[in-house]
Design a protein. Structure first.
Length: 245
């Protein structure tokens, strides 16, 4: 049913300039609740994590988590028929798993093999499927009908999730998700605070930035760079530079 709705939103000419928001009243309530949880719990914990854990250790955590995502990225590279990107993703995984000590060090990037984040929402976008309407997910934040559906598909692209589900070790998946969210939030503290401080309507600003960022992701960076508002864990410096641009 979701795919049928998305197909109806297909955009042969590319992403629409604005994202529809028919659920805005509900979205705003969830957004406010998310903001309250972030202010009282998530941001203080992320600040403590950033202040206590040294930069090299946090970078190692991010590298390790990104290396675990390689099967998902590879699957979407192949679905997008991008053989070159699939080759880079495969090389990165083997180099970082071995020379990089289970992905703690991004040795592949030092060799010129740069990481490219891919997910099924982006894959659908490359086939002309529009975002559908905008949704704000509890805790997870901004998304769209297309990208929310893509999350479920990506879950089943990940071998670690199969292992966790089939061995009754779902705590592995939960721990990885929580650590990824914590690291990503720690890298966006000042950036999101600045966006909130300078926004007339914080909700509308985040909605616009999310949509524009996803346009850029689908085009592999050909659109203007904007702060990433998901859980990818880009560095604070990268986000601040993008915001200033």
């Amino acid at each position: 049913m979701a795919l049928s709705g998305l197909a109806a939103c297909a955009s042969p000419g590319g992403e629409p300039s604005q994202i529809a928001d028919p659920l805005e009243p509900v979205n705003r309530v969830i957004f406010a609740a998310n903001l309250a949880v972030d202010t009282t719990v998530i941001e203080p914990v992320a600040t403590l994590y950033r202040d206590v854990v040294p930069d090299p250790a946090r970078d190692g955590v991010r590298n390790f988590l990104r290396n675990l995502e390689s099967p998902v990225v590879l699957a979407n590279d192949l679905l997008q028929r991008d053989i070159d990107a699939a080759g880079v993703t495969t090389k990165r995984f083997f180099i970082n798993t071995t020379v990089g000590i289970l992905g703690l060090f991004d040795r592949a990037a030092e060799m010129g093999l740069q990481r490219r984040d891919e997910d099924f929402g982006q894959t659908m976008g490359t086939y002309g499927i529009g975002p559908g309407f905008y949704v704000v997910l509890p805790i997870l934040g901004p998304s769209s009908l297309r990208d929310t559906g893509g999350r479920f598909v990506d879950y089943y692209f990940d071998p670690l999730n199969y292992y966790a589900d089939n061995t009754d070790r779902r705590n592995i998946t939960l721990a990885r998700t929580g650590l990824r969210a914590l690291d990503a939030r720690a890298r966006t503290i000042e950036t999101l605070d600045e966006i909130e401080r300078t926004s007339i309507d914080f909700y509308a600003t985040i909605r616009s930035l999310y949509h524009q960022r996803r346009q850029s992701d689908i085009r592999n960076g050909s659109a203007p760079s904007l702060p990433k508002l998901d859980l990818s864990g880009d560095s604070e410096e990268d986000r601040t530079a993008s915001l200033e641009d």
